[in-house]
Write a protein that binds this ligand. Sequence first.
Ligand code: CA
Length: 176
Amino acid sequence: MPTNLITNGTFDTDVSGWNRGIHGLITWEAGRARVSKSSLIYPDGAYASFPTVAGRTYRATLDLSPVSGGAQVRVGNGTTPDAGILTAGPFTAAAAVDVTFTAVGPASYLYIRLPDSATSVTLIDDVRVIWTAEPEPGPDPDPVPVLAGHAGRLEITGRAGRTTAATSAPRIPLES
Ligand SMILES: [Ca+2]
C-alpha cells in the first residue's frame, strides 16, 4: 500500500498534525475530526500539510460528513494553504472525496474549507494522500543495470522506480 503522506489521517486519539485556519477550528470527536469555524462571517476551516515533489501526481481521498452547511476540499500550494491547485465541492452530504492533482512545489496543503454563510460543521476521517506512481516495495533491491561501456547505444527506461536496460548490440562479457 502506498505511503500516506498525511500525518494522522485517521484521528485515532486526537487531531495532532492538523492546523486550524485563522477563523477555523478543529477538534477531536470519537475517532474523527470535527471541523468548524470561530467566525460567522469568514470562510475557513482546517488543514494539513504534506511533502510533495513538483510535477508529481497525487491522489487525495477522505470521508467527509457535513453536519451543517457544506464543505469544500481544497488543495493548496506551498504558499497558500487554501488555494492554488484544486477546489472540490462544496459537498453538502456525506461524500467519499477522491481527487487527483499535480503538485507544484515541495509542500502542499489539504484544506477542509467551510462556507461563510453559517455555523458550518463537518466531520472528516480516513484522510489519505498518496503519490500515484510510488514504486511497489520489492523483496530485493532493484538489480543494478550492467553498463557495458562500448557495447553500443544504451537505452534506459524507467517507470515507477523499476529500471530496465537494453543495448542495441550484443552484451560483451566483462571478463573477456
Ligand atoms: Ca478514524
